[in-house]
Design a protein around this ligand. Structure first.
Ligand SMILES: Cc1cc2nc3c(=O)[nH]c(=O)nc-3n(C[C@H](O)[C@H](O)[C@H](O)COP(=O)(O)OP(=O)(O)OC[C@H]3O[C@@H](n4cnc5c(N)ncnc54)[C@H](O)[C@@H]3O)c2cc1C
Length: 241
């Protein structure tokens, strides 16, 4: 774990959806930004005098690739000080103070049980990193179910890329699930993420759960998964707030 602060330079910003942006940040002090898929960085944003009120954490959405650059995917929270700053003030070429890599939300070693990666919104970030990493290095893995909840089809992040990975990776199942889509054009899963893993685990086979996103989804998933008879040690969390 690194407690040093680095100056990163924003090299590219791309709108991923109507309210979510991808930020690429290069850290020139590091020849390669080394981290484990699933880890995060903390940004020190100039939004408050007090240090601890300036810090905002973001999962690394890219996979380790030997370069000094990482990608973050950030949703604008209305009235949120950190994301308002990132969306309104930060441009390509801007500098950001960051610390990392941090966190223990990483793939189990060895991976013996089926993996259920359950997320909402930008909670997909650490899982994108993990799945790309497994694919790139052709690492052996059990069945992986990426259950990704958003409200509408327009909110889905990395859609084409995830579909491509699913086509190329035997045992990887991509399950975007929409809670509010009612256009009639969506033929995929509807409802909340919970009904998806409940259905897939009707046989109660051994499984490992990784949950990432905001409190409401995580609390509900923890409660439902333990009610299904799984041990709390099989549940790993990355709570965004
Ligand atoms: C380890 C970690 C990794 C994270 N990774 C990401 C990431 O990859 N992408 C990302 O967009 N965010 C991520 N977050 C959340 C991020 O750190 C900020 O909390 C978020 O960007 C809001 O910051 P803000 O200053 O705009 O809002 P604040 O003013 O700090 O937020 C106000 C309140 O809103 C809640 N909140 C914030 N966003 C949401 C939301 N979308 N839905 C429901 N409640 C919310 C917060 O819990 C807080 O109580 C992560 C958080 C942690 C702890």
């Amino acid at each position: 774990m690194s407690e040093q602060w680095y100056t990163g330079v924003v090299t590219k910003i791309v709108n991923e959806t109507h309210n979510t942006r991808r930020y690429w940040i290069r850290v020139p002090e590091k020849a390669a930004f080394e981290f484990k898929p699933g880890q995060f960085v903390t940004l020190d944003l100039p939004i408050h005098e007090k240090k601890n009120k300036r810090w905002r954490s973001y999962s690394i959405a890219s996979h380790p690739n030997g370069s000094p650059e990482i990608e973050l995917v950030i949703v604008l929270l209305e009235g949120g000080a950190g994301t308002t700053y990132l969306f309104n003030e930060v441009r390509e070429g801007s500098e950001l103070l960051l610390q990392g890599p941090l966190g223990k939300f990483t793939l189990p070693e060895p991976m013996e049980k089926d993996l259920f990666l359950i997320c909402t919104g930008t909670g997909i970030a650490p899982f994108r990193s993990m799945v790309h990493h497994l694919h790139l290095h052709q690492l052996p893995h059990p069945n992986i179910y990426l259950i990704f909840g958003v409200r509408y089809e327009k909110d889905i992040l990395y859609k084409e890329e995830m579909r491509q990975l699913e086509a190329e990776m035997p045992g990887f199942h991509y399950l975007p699930t929409l809670s509010r889509e009612d256009s009639g054009l969506w033929t995929g899963r509807k409802g909340y993420v919970h009904s998806v893993y409940e259905e897939l685990l009707a046989d109660r086979r051994p499984a490992n759960f990784f949950l990432c996103g905001w409190k409401a989804m995580i609390d509900e998933a923890k409660q439902k998964i333990t009610a299904m008879g799984y041990d709390r040690h099989d549940i790993h969390l990355e709570l965004y707030g």
